[in-house]
Structures are given as C-alpha cells and as structure tokens.
Design a protein around this ligand. Structure first.
Ligand code: CP
Length: 353
C-alpha cells in the first residue's frame, strides 16, 4: 500500500511521472473523465482549508469519482473522543482513498498505518504538506522549464510553515538547487528539515529580504502562521516581518517567479498580482491537476497491504504539545536516530531531550 505522508514517500521518478500526467490532464481532460468511476475519496479535514480540500474534491469529481467527508472536527465523531486510528479504520469501510488534514503533527501517519486504503497527508500541524509541494513543483516546472539549478528564496515563517518543509525536501533532490532562507531568527527552519536534506543542497540564511533579491529564480513567500503561535504578542510582533510590494521587485530578475501557497494575509501586496512574475493563482490551479495525478497513482498502486509502520525505539517521551501523541494517549512514544545522530519522534520529528 502506498500512502503519502511525507513528500519523501514519493521518488523523484514518481514526481516526474505525476508532472507529466498533470500536464496531460490539462491538455486532454476528457481522457481522464471516467478514470475513477465508482471510486470514493474521503476528505477528513480536522482543520480549515479552502484550496486543499476543494481542489481534492474537484480533482476526484473531474476523474469521474465521488467524494464523502467532513470539513471540521466538530462535525465528526472526533468531537466525541474517537481516535485517529479508529477513524481511519472506519473510513476504510466506506471509501477507496483518504485525504486528511489535522492540526496534530503525525496524525495522517497514524491514519495511514491503521487504514486499509491509501492515505494522503493534506497538512499536519506545522510539519508536512506534501500535496502543496506537488502544486509547487508543477508550477516551477511549467514556469521555468526545469526543477534543477535554481536559486530559491523562501521567505517568512520557516519554522511553522509546513509547505516550506515539504518543498525543501522535494527540491533538494534535484541537482544544483540553492536555498536562500529569509526569516526572523525566531522563525528559522527546524533542524530536522536540514537533517533530512543532508549535503544534497546549499543553504544560506538571512533575515534581509532584499539581500539576495537579484539572485532569485523563484521567490516563495509564506504567511506567518498565526494559528501555530502559543504567544499572541509574539505573533503580533512578527506578523509583518516581510511585505512584498512592487518597489521591492525592481532589482529582481525579469524571469523570476513569485509563488505563495496561499492564503496570504498581507505579505504580498495585491499590487504585485498584476506583475507577470506573480504565479500564485496559477499555482492553486496546478494543485488540482497534481492531486488528480496523485489520486490516479495511488489507486493504481493499491495492493491492499497496510502502509508500513516506522520502527522506532522507546525510552523517550515526546514533549511537543502539537504532536499527535500529546492527545492520543494509547500511541506508544517511539524515536528514530537521524543522520546527525539525534533521536527524533517518529510522529512529529521533534528532538528527544
Ligand atoms: N495552501 C493551502 O494549504 O491552502 P488551504 O489551507 O486553503 O488548503
């Protein structure tokens, strides 16, 4: 059984094949209109969404399939205390594939190891968002004609911005990419992301958006993630750290492309929307095409076997309050050793200490 919890669950060959499929779907939608006839997608959204949920649903309808699900935890039996594991087992009786968003990191992984159908992580806390990365990859490929040898500026909330973590993991697997990480010191990229990448890509860190503006091939703006802050004063202090306005683009390359996973708050002025380099609305359309390609891919691979559980070691307790183990007490704490020798929780990747 193939599930996609982390973008690393997909090989580079699979990513490249899905990009080809998405481009073909865009050119010949009629050829795909019946490909999922009789199949059901369950969208289990325990956290708000516009793009991810609706594009998954549109994707399944455009493949000829049907959709069931819920858009908030309060309309599911999670509100009565049902576990993620039981929810996954139950939904496996009703659907052929699950897309799950959850505020707790590791929840879609728990669903995947308990379901008997493929599970797609549609965003778990501040951890991963692999299908946003699929949208990002198709956008970069269509706009720049390649996924390698690019200088990628990533700006904003690199700590809690799950789309950033998945994007770096994906783009680092293509040769010659360089990342310029632009954030306030408080919102720097978590070390587990760099640990996953190892020496496959070069990183430069700065807090100055303009320092490398003339070098970027891709400028990936992100929102400061209000919902992940425990301290509201800290959010208010950091929320306007970076605001992209037309005057800031004067030194940027003419063929640079501006991406943003959206929603934006005010980190990109609406005056930038008319700039030919702005791609964030095309990116949302690309998300639907890649989700169609992913649904097809996972349904074709479904062999009925369970998604394998990661073998971890016990002996530590995860102290991350946003890890799924913090609310689902029956889950056993387990940690795995990274390339840097540090033990991290198998659910949320936070360090054991
Ligand atoms: N990019 C993204 O995940 O948007 P939604 O939260 O609207 O799904």
């Amino acid at each position: 059984m193939k599930s996609v919890i982390d973008i690393l669950d997909l090989s580079v060959e699979e990513l490249d094949d899905m990009i080809k499929t998405a481009i073909d779907i865009s050119a010949h939608p009629d050829r795909y209109a019946d490909r999922c006839r009789g199949k059901k997608l369950a969208t289990l959204f325990f956290e708000p969404s516009t793009r991810t949920r609706l594009s998954f649903e549109a994707a399944m309808y455009e493949l000829g399939g049907n959709v069931i699900g819920f858009s908030e935890a309060n309309s599911s039996s999670a509100s009565k205390g049902e576990s993620v594991a039981d929810t996954a087992k139950i939904v496996s009786c009703y659907a052929d594939i699950i897309a799950m968003r959850h505020p707790k990191e590791g929840a879609p992984y728990v669903a995947a190891i308990n379901a008997s159908i493929p599970v797609i992580n549609a965003g778990d806390g501040g951890h991963h968002h692999p299908t946003q990365t699929l949208a990002d990859l198709l956008t970069v490929y269509r706009e720049r004609g390649r996924l390698n040898d690019l200088t990628i500026g990533i700006v904003g909330d690199l700590k809690y911005g799950r789309t950033v973590h998945s994007l770096i993991n994906a783009m680092a697997r293509y040769n010659g990419n360089k990342f310029v990480l632009v954030s306030p010191p408080e919102l720097k990229l978590p070390d587990y992301v760099k640990n996953d990448v190892g020496d496959k890509a070069e990183f430069i860190e700065t807090s100055d958006l303009m320092e490398y503006m003339d070098k970027f091939d891709i400028l990936y703006m992100t929102r400061i993630q209000r919902e992940r802050f425990a301290d509201r004063d800290e959010y208010n202090r950091l929320k306007d750290s970076y605001i992209l306005t037309p005057d800031k683009l004067t030194t940027a390359k003419k063929d640079m492309r501006i991406l943003h996973p959206l929603p934006r708050v005010n980190e990109i002025s609406v005056k930038v929307d008319d700039d030919d380099r702005a791609c964030y609305f095309k990116q949302a359309l690309n998300g639907k095409l890649m989700r169609m390609a992913l649904i097809l891919h996972l349904l074709e691979l479904n062999d009925g076997k369970k998604f394998p559980a990661i073998k971890g070691e016990s002996g530590y307790v995860c102290k991350n309050p946003t890890c799924i183990t913090s609310t689902e007490q029956e889950l056993e704490n387990a940690f795995k050793k990274g390339k840097d020798g540090v033990y991290r929780c198998i659910y949320c990747d936070k360090r054991a200490d």
